[in-house]
Design a protein around this ligand. Sequence first.
Ligand code: KG4
Ligand code: ZN
Length: 328
Amino acid sequence: MLIFGIETSCDETAAAIIKDGREVISNVVASQIKTHEAFGGVVPEVAAREHLDAINVVVNETFEIAKKEFNINPNDIDAFSSTVGPGLVGCLLVGLNAAKALSLVYKKRYIGVNHLQAHVCANFLESDLKPPFICLLVSGGHTQIIKVEDFNKQEIIASTIDDATGEVYDKAARLMGLSYPGGIKLDKLAQEGDKTRFQFPEAKVKENEFSFSGLKTAVLRVVQQYKKEELPVNDICASFQERITSTLINKTKKLADKHNIKTIVLSGGVAANSELRKKLFDLQNKGYTTYAPKMKFCTDNAAMVASCAYFNPIRADDSLILEAFSRS
Ligand code: KG4
Ligand code: ZN
């Protein structure tokens, strides 16, 4: 089964064609990072306009790659899918309407997809992963631990009570003067720093909760102690990264044990983080099986959307009337 996916929930315009939920036929991503860099974050109105400018080019390129490399034509596609939410509504509407229009033109089904479930499905791409497993989902907008009992049976068993992981990475980076999007830059600098130099606090919350706002404040306090030119950026980054990744992995491991599941996987933009991946893969020495999406499938992409349309679509009698939603 060939599914065409479109992703436009935030600042990436992306399209992909995926076979049977796992095999990548074509995968195109146009990032808006350069546009939003000047504003220090994503400006929703600007993002929606950029999606409008990019969508036709990205869709055409996706079809062209499929034709050139696999001799697959638009008529061979079995269904068209897109992210329905959560995300920026003005942005979501661009992808949603493009996918619905394609499904009407080619007389194929339209399938709506939840963005968070799509991030989980990024682990099925080019891999043999099967449920049951525990998934740590860490993105710009969410931090959750999800118990995936079957492809379409998922339950959130922990989540953040304040900032999301990607959000706190970006905010901490900003405090240190790193430009947007700071998460990836903070990760790079952390690899050059001393992770034992600053002891950042771990929030005392319930086993099914995360809280990162105190960590953000602690970074601010340290930054304020130094003159700008003397700021030990690498050491702050390394100490911050050590605290947040150990909190995330320890809690995930505990809940995996509690639910008696030995397979742990990562997903979401922050799944690209070097230390988080290292700590996850270290669990293999402790009897766990671990998976993380390939780097290109961590941050927003449409391959995961098409995979999710195959494995875990939003159920609806008439999916053409599905509407965009901003929050989960
Ligand atoms: O999943 P994603 O592309 O968008 C959302 O659905 O939110 O995640 C984007 C987030 C941003 O906050 C970005 O800074 C963060 O993922 N991120 C990272 C890394 N790469 C991306 N955070 C830490 N380390 C990284 N290597
Ligand atoms: Zn995302």
